[in-house]
Design a protein around this ligand. Structure first.
Ligand SMILES: [Zn+2]
Ligand SMILES: [Zn+2]
Length: 393
């Protein structure tokens, strides 16, 4: 149901399903950057019988970009996926060794309108689930032109306050100074309150890009909060970066998804320089957020019509087939259950209509069409059933 909702939302925006392999050569993921947790200490890697060093997919983007580099589909390449990811770590609530991700990736355009589309899609998936307490956090990390100077300024700032940082970040050398900004420990947080912000160091094209993203989101009615600490754990992100925080969840575990631009990744994987952007949503986290907000109760039924047949099931077999061929969701009971049991099943199915076939209907060549909401029932000629059902749905 979650996946179907996701597929429908992104399908309407022109994204196609891409199924990528569960594992890849270790190197595919290593290009994401050793300084990241998912690639550093959490990767689920192993040697196969041919002594190849492989890893179970730790996240969704690398495999899609690898597939793009290998197959070079026409641009823009708009892909979505729903797939398990793996990490080697101690399992805890909301963090499992196998977890599931829904995501999109687009390769090709640098247009800020695409950033708007992707951020708005993520917001719309979450809103469509009925979640209202999810905050969209937005930042820009700059690009190859402006980021190095910013990272140097940040590193210099941190070097002066090395002794105020948390145990992990006090150790030299500081791998990626950006990571200190999203450190959750109090000491790091207070030491970086006045740290240089990437937004103040953007070059002009990056500044324009970020302004257009903000304007576009506002035009679409997507509310967002600028969060200058939002740096993302992965090193290949450039410019737009965003995260969805479920405020109904505890703050250390409240990121239900996030994404951003990764304009340098395709080239780093051996392909032509190709900008890219995407997002991933954590299925387990999303479900925790749904529980916390008490939305997304039992999945609604996926059929419109339920066929109740007490004459042996032959009519149910033919009628459900006719309905399905006509594009109408239909189900039936099996094992010649009693009329009462079949109506119970019809209610559970979530169908709007029941088509009832008893001995009398069979003899008269009719079907009783029953509205399961108001209980009204009317006989309809067997040949007119499809047209009648279409009219009522
Ligand atoms: Zn820290
Ligand atoms: Zn820049």
């Amino acid at each position: 149901m979650l996946v179907a909702h996701f597929a429908r939302t992104v399908g309407l925006a022109g994204y196609g399903l891409v199924v990528s392999p569960m594992f890849e050569e270790l190197g595919v993921f290593e290009r994401l950057g050793e300084a990241t947790d998912v690639v550093g200490k959490e990767m689920y890697d192993f040697h196969d019988k041919g002594d190849r060093h492989l890893a179970l997919r730790p996240e969704g983007t690398a495999s899609i970009v690898r597939a793009y580099v290998q197959h070079r589909p026409p641009l823009p390449f708009k892909a979505w996926y729903a797939a398990p990811n793996f990490r080697y770590e101690r399992a805890q609530a909301g963090r499992y060794r196998q977890h599931h991700q829904l995501g999109v990736e687009v390769l090709g355009p640098t247009d800020a309108d695409l950033d708007v589309e992707v951020v708005a899609l993520a917001a719309s998936v979450v809103a469509g689930l009925g979640l209202t307490r999810v905050e969209m956090l937005l930042n820009s990390l700059g690009d190859g032109a402006c980021r190095p100077a910013y990272v140097a300024a940040l590193a210099a700032f941190l070097a002066e306050r090395q002794d105020q940082l948390c145990d992990q970040h006090q150790r030299l050398p500081l791998g990626n100074p950006l990571r200190v900004l999203d450190c959750k420990r109090d000491s790091c947080r207070s030491a970086t309150d006045d740290a240089p912000r990437s937004l103040d160091h953007l070059c002009e094209p990056c500044r324009d890009h970020f302004a257009r993203v903000g304007d576009g989101l506002t035009a679409l009615g997507v509310s967002f909060t600028i969060d200058t600490r939002l740096v993302r754990g992965l090193d290949y992100y450039t410019r737009t970066t965003f995260e969805l925080a479920a405020t109904a969840l505890e703050s250390a575990q409240n990121a239900v998804g996030g994404g951003g631009r990764y304009d340098g990744l395709a080239e780093a994987m051996g392909g032509p320089p190709t900008p890219g952007i995407g997002f991933g949503l954590g299925v387990e986290r999303l479900l925790l957020a749904c529980d916390a907000e008490e939305v997304l109760a039992a999945p609604k039924g996926s059929v419109d019509v339920f066929v109740v047949d007490t004459t042996g099931g032959g009519e149910a077999l033919r009628l459900t087939d006719e309905l399905r061929r006509a594009g109408i969701g239909a189900d039936r009971a099996f094992d010649a259950r009693s009329m009462k049991a079949q109506f119970k099943a019809a209610d559970r199915s979530g169908a709007r209509l029941a088509l009832v076939v008893g001995e009398r209907e069979l003899a008269e060549g009719t079907v009783a069409v029953r509205d399961l909401i108001d209980g009204d029932q009317e006989p309809v000629g067997r040949d007119d059933v499809l047209a009648d059902v279409r009219k009522r749905l």
